[in-house]
Design a protein around this ligand. Structure first.
Ligand SMILES: [Ca+2]
Length: 484
């Protein structure tokens, strides 16, 4: 079963489509999306996992303390590239053309199982990576078949080489060979630290202090990411680009304790709308920031990068797409760079109620998030699978088996209200004390629900497997999109 399936289709619009031609004063962009690190898995949140390169950039930049993403890999990627909430991303199809920024995508694309137009390079100048999820980090297979592309072509030459090391080499090459007349836009969608838990021995040896074997492996994988970011930083410096580079660092969803990622003291984990599932470690670094070494406590959401990068004249300075569905994100550049209050006062975390859909996986009903919204300090959750707090094994916690998470799917919280500013770990439901706020936030969810586009999720296509068997690799297998 594909646990990564989103509730809506998202056909991705990418930053590179709509960037203006004037580039002389624009910064270079290094957009880092790490796969699955939890709130408590980075050094700047106090983890025992050592992330010195990440921590240095975070402490010299702007840490985003109230930054939210979606609870899944795929939906966060869709929201990042479109500026829309998942309820608004179905049926958005755009033609990708090329403009003046040299865009490169490395590592994970994510929403495979769709026809060809959804797959990269789709507006990126170059793509080196894979389409699925949960790939073997050494032999690069997903469910038994190779999943590794250079551009649109399957590449079979890297068997046995650790994938993140390959991405760093590729990134360094791209930067070194870059024509400096156009700013590079490097989207590093790291494969780590998503399962399977695998890391080269030299990184595992650094974490003997962690007795739990899988957590040790996870720590080693995060160590690889940190080293990778350090090496990519050096590549920018070596090319003389670093002083004009803006770095955005974000997790794509909360940590999954089953795969040894943790969010303590936050409640919940990946796939849930509790804080541990959607409040993510993030920071921005760049010499163009007017404030540095600060923690921004304003609301920011992953949908905000699209309008921030495109509409801020100091950044890419382009125009956003003209799709009929409005962008949900806000330009939060002044909030990040100058510390002014965020234009965003609320975040729709998701609306995804259980629903039987013909042709879909029979067990789909057991994997839904429910609904949640944050407005100011308050957060309302409706019909959400319950979730608890997991502390890391190195801090005395446990590594739960999958069954524990599954069991919680039968334990539903119908309604809960938290004051997240006063109670960030969601321990005190105040819904009975504030029926008026419950009514207001429920009304907001219902208003959003009216604007939702029909979910475009489709069942797995058996022909994908047929083509994979024939090619001994996952490949795009049909092209049904009228837009291309
Ligand atoms: Ca993820």
């Amino acid at each position: 079963m594909n646990l990564e399936l989103a509730t809506t289709t998202f056909v991705l619009v990418n930053f590179c489509v709509v960037i203006a031609t004037e580039t002389a004063t624009k910064p270079h962009i290094l957009l880092i999306l790490v796969d699955d690190p939890g709130w408590s898995d980075v050094g700047f949140h106090g983890s025992k996992i050592r992330t010195p390169n990440v921590d240095k950039l975070a402490s010299d930049g702007v840490i985003l303390d109230k930054y939210y993403v979606q609870p899944y890999c795929t939906t966060t990627r869709g929201s990042l590239m479109t500026g829309r909430y998942p309820i608004h991303t179905a049926n958005m199809v755009r033609y990708i053309s090329q403009e003046s920024v040299a865009c490169s995508l490395l590592s994970k694309w994510g929403p495979y199982r769709r026809p060809t137009p959804d797959t990269p390079p789709r507006g990126f100048d170059s793509f080196f990576g894979f389409l699925n999820y949960g790939r073997d980090h050494f032999n690069h297979t997903h469910n038994g078949f190779l999943d590794f592309f250079r551009g649109e072509e399957v590449t079979r030459e890297y068997h046995g080489q650790y994938a993140t090391h390959l991405y760093v080499k590729e990134a360094s090459r791209i930067i070194a060979e870059h024509n400096s007349s156009t700013p590079p836009f490097l989207y590093m969608a790291f494969e780590n630290v998503h399962d399977p838990i695998q890391a080269p021995d030299e990184y595992l040896r650094k974490y003997k202090i962690i007795k739990h074997k899988e957590r040790r492996g996870y720590a080693a994988m995060m160590d690889v990411v940190d080293e990778a970011i350090g090496n990519i930083t050096e590549a920018f410096e070596g090319k003389g680009l670093w002083n004009d580079t803006l770095v955005i660092f974000s997790s794509d969803n909360g940590g999954d304790p089953v795969n040894r990622g943790y969010n303590y003291p936050l409640r919940g984990y990946k796939r849930t709308l509790w804080e541990g599932g959607v409040r993510a470690p993030a920071f921005v670094y760049g010499k163009m920031l007017k404030q540095k070494g600060v923690i921004v406590k304003e609301l920011i959401h992953v949908t905000d990068w699209y309008p921030t990068l495109l509409s801020s004249t100091n950044l890419l300075g382009g125009t956003m797409d003209s799709n009929d569905i409005p962008v949900d994100g806000f330009d939060v550049w002044d909030t990040i760079a100058k510390g002014v209050p965020s234009p965003r006062t609320e975040i729709l975390l998701n609306i995804d109620f259980p629903e039987k859909r013909p042709g879909l996986l029979l067990t789909y009903d057991t994997w839904y998030t429910g609904a949640a919204i944050r407005v100011g300090d308050m957060k309302l959750l409706m019909h959400v699978p319950n979730a608890t707090w997991y502390q890391t094994p190195e801090d005395g916690g446990i590594a739960p088996p999958m069954e524990d998470i599954w069991d919680q799917k039968t334990n539903i919280v119908e309604l809960a209200l938290f004051n997240i500013s006063a109670d960030p770990t969601e321990r005190h439901d105040v819904s009975r004390r504030h029926p008026d706020i419950v009514r207001q936030l429920k009304a907001r969810i219902h208003e959003y629900q009216k604007t939702a586009v029909p979910p475009g999720i489709v069942p797995d296509d058996i022909m994908a497997l047929v083509f994979a068997m024939k090619n001994k690799a996952w490949v795009p297998w049909r092209n049904t999109c009228n837009a291309r």
